[in-house]
Design a protein around this ligand. Structure first.
Ligand code: ARG
Length: 472
C-alpha cells in the first residue's frame, strides 16, 4: 500500500512513479531508519498510542527487518518501495500485520529523512576521522624516519629556503588535523534530533522529544520544526569540510607527482600503487596520485550541487531535498575509500633522501640567511638584501654558489663581510637559524614531531570514545 494514495483518483504515470523513487539510493539509510523508528515506537507507547504488546511486536519486526537486510542484500530488491521509509512500513506490515501501520502515527517522512541523514553523517564523520588519524600517524612516522634530511622548500615552485624533510611532511599533518577538527565541529552542530518536528508544524501527538533524542545518542533536540524539516546545513557543512579535505589531498597528490618525476627525483613510486604503460615499456605511472587528484573534483562538484539544490527552496520541506542525498553518499564514499589508500601509499613510498639533501645545497637558498648575516652586523635589512642580491648576481656570472665567492668580492659589496660569513651560509647553519619554540631548526622540528604525535594520539582517542558512544 502506498503511503498517500487516498485522495488520488488516478494512478501515477508508471514512468513518473519509477522516476520519483529514492529507494535505489536511500536504502543505505536502512539501519538509521530502523533505529529512529524504534525510538519513535517507544515514544508512541509512552503517549498511549501503542499497547505494550503492539510496541513489542513493532520492535521485533523492525529488528527482523534489519537482520534480513544483513543476511541477504537481495531482501532490499523491492520494486514498489518509494523510499526507505515506505520500504520499512511495507516489510513491517508483511511481518506483523496491520499493527505495522500504527508506526507512522504522529510523524512524517520529512522529519524521518532529516533524522536518518543526521545519523548517517554522524557515522561517516566518525569513520573519516578515524582514517584521518591513521593517515596522520603514517605521516608522523615518515617525518621521524626522515631524520635530519634537508630539502628545498619552494615558493612559486622556485627553490626558496632549505628545510628539514620532516618539517615538510608535518605540513600535511597540520592540514589533515584541521580537516579532522572541521568534521568534529560539524558533528557537534548536527547532533540534535529532529524527531517530533512532524511534516513542518510539529508532531500531532505528544511525543517525548528528549527521550527520542537520547535514545539515538543525540545531544538534544532541534528548536524549530520548520527549520528542522528543511535544514540541510549539516549536509552542506559536511560536504564543505570534505571539499577542503579533498583539496588538501589533491595538492598532496600533485606535489608527490612532481617529486616523483625524474626532474625532481625526490621519491620513487611504490610499485604496489602504480601502473605501467601498455605502449612504453619503461613507464611507471603515478595512478593512485592522479586518481586522488582527479576524484577530488567530484567531491567539490558534490558540494556545489548540494548547495545549489537548497538555495532556492522556500521553507520548509520540498522534494528537491531528496536530491541532496547522493552527494553526501558519494563524497563520503569517495574519501573513505581514498584515505586508507593514501595512507598505504605514504607508508610504501621510497623517499630519495640523498637527492633531497643534495638539492638543498644549491640554488642560493641561503641568500636570506646571508642577508641576515649583514643585519646581525648592524646593517639595514633593505641594504643587506640589495648587497646579497648583487652577490648572487656575481655567482650567477661565475657559475658558483655564495660560499665560493672570494672574500675580496664580498668586501667590495660591504666591508661588514668577514671570514665567519662562510660558516653562516652553510646548510647546517642556515637550517639552525630559526631556533625558538615553534621554529624550524632541527631541534625544534624534533619537538614538533613529538607534539604532533600527541595531537594524533588525542584524535585517535577521541574517535575511539565517539565510536563507542554512537554505536552503544
Ligand atoms: N524520500 C524523501 C526524501 O528523501 C523522504 C521525504 C518525503 N517527504 C514528502 N513530503 N514527500 O526527501
Amino acid at each position: 500500500m502506498k503511503m498517500w494514495s487516498g485522495r488520488f483518483r488516478q494512478p501515477l504515470d508508471p514512468d513518473f512513479e519509477r522516476w520519483q523513487r529514492s529507494f535505489s539510493f536511500d536504502r543505505r539509510l536502512l539501519r538509521y531508519e530502523l533505529a529512529a523508528s524504534s525510538a519513535h515506537a517507544r515514544a508512541l507507547k509512552d503517549a498511549g498510542v501503542l499497547s505494550s504488546e503492539e510496541l513489542i511486536s513493532i520492535l521485533q519486526g523492525l529488528q527482523q527487518i534489519g537482520e534480513q537486510a544483513d543476511a541477504s542484500p537481495s531482501f532490499l530488491n523491492d520494486d514498489e518501495a518509494e523510499d526507505v521509509h515506505h520500504f520499512v512500513e511495507k516489510q513491517l506490515v508483511a511481518l506483523i500485520g496491520e499493527t505495522g501501520y500504527k508506526l507512522h502515527s504522529g510523524r512524517s517522512r520529512n522529519e524521518q529523512i532529516a533524522a536518518d541523514l543526521r545519523l548517517y553523517v554522524r557515522t561517516a564523520i566518525d569513520q573519516l576521522r578515524h582514517e584521518l588519524a591513521e593517515l596522520c600517524a603514517v605521516l608522523g612516522d615518515r617525518a621521524e624516519q626522515a631524520g635530519d634530511t634537508a630539502m628545498p622548500a619552494y615558493t612559486h615552485l622556485q627553490r626558496a629556503e632549505p628545510v628539514l624533510a620532516s618539517h615538510w611532511l608535518l605540513a600535511y599533518v597540520e592540514m589533515f588535523l584541521r580537516d579532522a577538527e572541521r568534521l568534529a565541529d560539524c558533528r557537534k552542530r548536527l547532533n540534535v534530533s529532529p524527531l517530533g518536528s512532524g511534516a513542518v508544524a510539529g508532531a500531532t501527538l505528544p511525543l517525548d522529544r528528549a527521550f527520542m533524542a537520547e535514545t539515538l545518542g543525540f545531544d538534544g533536540f532541534t528548536a524549530n520544526s520548520i527549520d528542522a524539516t528543511s535544514d540541510r546545513d549539516f549536509a552542506m557543512e559536511f560536504v564543505g569540510a570534505l571539499s577542503i579535505l579533498a583539496t588538501h589531498l589533491s595538492r598532496w597528490a600533485e606535489e608527490m607527482i612532481l617529486f616523483s618525476s625524474q626532474e625532481y627525483g625526490f621519491l620513487g613510486l611504490p610499485e604496489a600503487y602504480s601502473t605501467g604503460s601498455s605502449a612504453m615499456p619503461q613507464k611507471k605511472n603515478p595512478d593512485l596520485l592522479e586518481l586522488v587528484r582527479g576524484k577530488s573534483s567530484r567531491v567539490l562538484g558534490n558540494a556545489v550541487a548540494l548547495m545549489v539544490a537548497v538555495k532556492g527552496l522556500p521553507l520548509a520541506y520540498n522534494k528537491d531535498l531528496q536530491e541532496t542525498q547522493e552527494q553526501l553518499f558519494d563524497s563520503s564514499d569517495t574519501l573513505l575509500q581514498m584515505l586508507p589508500l593514501v595512507a598505504g601509499w605514504m607508508k610504501a613510498v621510497d623517499f630519495h633522501f640523498d637527492r633531497m639533501q643534495q638539492a638543498a645545497q644549491s640554488g642560493f637558498m641561503n641568500a636570506w640567511a646571508a642577508a641576515t648575516y649583514l643585519v646581525k652586523r648592524g646593517g639595514p635589512s633593505r641594504l643587506a638584501h640589495e648587497r646579497i642580491g648583487k652577490a648572487v648576481q656575481m655567482c650567477i656570472e661565475r657559475g658558483c654558489e655564495l660560499k665560493d665567492l672570494p672574500l675580496e668580492h664580498l668586501q667590495s659589496l660591504s666591508p661588514a663581510f668577514g671570514q665567519d660569513f662562510y660558516e653562516s651560509v652553510q646548510l647546517l647553519s642556515v637550517l639552525a637559524i630559526h631556533d625558538v619554540p615553534g621554529g624550524t631548526a632541527p631541534a625544534r622540528v624534533r619537538q614538533a614531531i613529538s607534539t604532533t604525535r600527541k595531537k594524533i594520539d588525542l584524535l585517535r582517542e577521541e574517535v575511539r570514545t565517539q565510536e563507542t558512544h554512537a554505536h552503544a
